[in-house]
Design a binder for this molecule. Sequence first.
Ligand code: BGC
Length: 840
Amino acid sequence: MARIDVEKAIEELTLGEKVALTAGRDFWHTESVPRLNIPALRMSDGPNGVRGTRFFNGIPAACFPCATALGATWDTELLSEVGALMGEEAIAKGTHVVLGPTINTQRSPLGGRGFESFSEDGVLSGTLAGYFCKAMQEKGVAATLKHFVCNDQEHERLAVSSILTNRALREIYLMPFQLAMRICRSQCIMTAYNKVNGTHVSENKAIIDDILRKEWGWEGVVMSDWFGTYSTSDAIVAGLDIEMPGKTRWRGEALAHAVSSNKVAQYQLDERVRNILNLVNWVEPLGIPEGAPEKALNRPEDQALMRRAAAESVVLLKNEGDILPLKKDGSLLVIGPNAKIAAYCGGGSASLAPYYTVTPFDGVSAKSKGEVKYSQGVYSHKDLPLLGPLLKTADGKPGFTFKVYNEHPNSGEDRQAVDELHLLESSGFLMDYVNPKVKSMTYYVDMEGTFTPEESGVYNFGVTVVGTGQLLIDGEVVVDNTKNQKQGSAFFGTATIEEIGTKELKAGQTYKVLFQFGSAPTSDLDTRGIVAFGPGGFRFGASRQVGQEELIANAVEQAKTAEQVVIFAGLTLEWETEGHDREHMDLPPGSDELISRVLEVNPNAVVMIQSGTPVTMPWADNAKALVQAWFGGNECGSGIADVLYGDVNPSAKLPITFPRRLQDNPSYLNFRSERGRVLYGEDIYVGYRYFEKSDVAPGFAFGHGLSYTSFSRSDLRIDTVPEQTKYTESGEPVTASVTVSNTGSVAGAEIVQLWIVPPKTDVGRPVRELKAFQKVFLQPGETKTVQLVVEKKLATSWWDEEREQWISEEGTYQVLVTGTGAEELHGEFEVGKTRFWLGL
Ligand code: BGC
């Protein structure tokens, strides 16, 4: 790749070439123009790892803790380290542009992708995103803030119009983007699927051109979300530079025609092309050639960082009687559905094949010097556990063969496989599976292996497909998911529900398993309103039928006499995933009963929940020790064990409010698409802003998190600079200095939080708003002075819809400084004169 003379190239490019540059070439690449040495760029998801070019059968990658986990660290330095490693991971995957971070806002605990965004609060989310992007871009890799803006639910995500006031748009939903950009101008922005107040964002001039480009002065590339372009001229004119993915649906000939007929002016097309060529130049120093091979890094120092990130994200919610940390030389009973599975990431485009994973059970077993016992308690899967890892190929390897054919199994023709793979996971989304020998989108795959059950009994077998699928055991059809298919939620909401069949099997006997799959066009499911992601996907699973009572009773019996007990419950990528919101806030069936009954017989049992977003905890008052972990990436189990055994002192704080009940959350009345729109009825009162204003007690508040040590805060001092007539870019810092001491007996980190309480005015304002935060590490007895700086205009302003400007009103503003524990320090500063402003 050599640098391009952008203006010269714009003169030399033909209309056809310019048009081609404005759309993807395939799922993960932009278009090239070899004649002018303009290369294709590679893009890759995403928020918690860099997957590379293959969803299906991809090269393994580092999986970082999900964004709510990183949000819980409140640690800008850690986010910089994570961003830098993400940049290196991108380079290893030959990627120029990373499709992340995600900084939408968790209006509701139910958002299917809530786990992908850092926080319900724009200051926390935007600041962390800014440092993450800065470090990644310092490695030369372009970051993409997404999804711009108000993609805060999955229900009808392409079609729904988010109806909200300009005040909420500015103060809540645009705020993370604005603040991230103040720290780092990300090279790319991805538009949201949805409409905002009636117009799809990908063709919304008011949002792309007026706010992003003109008001914020941002000059990067705007790309659509995948299949989120819905027009030719409107999108180009509004400023959507690239339609993704390819092949184009809206550009190509349609755009050439629009330019020829002057629906799109030549200069407008040139503006799009200029942005794209500037991006090509920006990533040029990476020296990544077209079609670069994809490699795995997986270095020891990266594993150490992932482990630190996982541990630093674990939030200690309760610890009555100092039950935690656990004693290493004591024995331990591990109970629960999440103990022996690694809930390492959420579902959808955030998911990827990890280098490796560590389950919580593995994590605690590696640390305990005493006996570690295990009882399942209940299962938490939504669909049956994958059967693939339990199968064996003809030559005895774990897994199964995957043979691809152009012809239907019953075509009568002599079928020749056009590809043969060996797979372990019996779940695959084929959208980016490329094979030149496959003649059309309609093709067939036979997946074959043998299964030798360890226990006799009746087994359930399940099949979920985007396409059609039949599961045969020893030639007998056990599950037929080819006809009368019903819409389900897997694979971005494009798959059928899981069809289940049963068969009695004998322990030790070997059965031949054949799964026959037909790609998406073989299905007659009516998928109107759902984006078709290529040739489809498959999933098949199995488990022996066992009574829940039997499992719970076993766990309870063992818990009665156990010395130390930890229950691992929570959600997985099946429950929190893209294309589908959660239906309720509860744990999977049986988990609450398990936890309650174990706590009855052993009140000291520690409850550890893994989820990306809040769950209801009806037993919370009875739990003395309660811990929230998230989808913690490769090292999730080790990070959890580090905290449980006290090798890491927990310092994380909740980045989102945990309501007691779903009904208590402010979006309860308005969280789905109804007749094409969703009303953001809670306005600016999202998350803690609502709970504090209406005095509704949350289960656990935003910012809450305990430590194994204690801290004190004192000597708050506020310094300001003289006010100018107008707010300027250089700003007017308000600096809060505070003394923080570790008053306990173990080392630990404190997160100091600075809030502003506005003066009374004639508009409604939140009780207080977070404006700055700082993490500080202290040895026992150590004291440090921490400085928190916030610009006066950002500390004080709200969005005035009458003037369509930010207003910073005159008056006295209180400063609150908080941290672990209830102690609050108070200070104040003045705004002498009301001022209005626009910009970043
Ligand atoms: C998601 C994006 C993602 C893209 C590519 C879409 O479904 O909304 O966040 O980057 O797919 O995987």
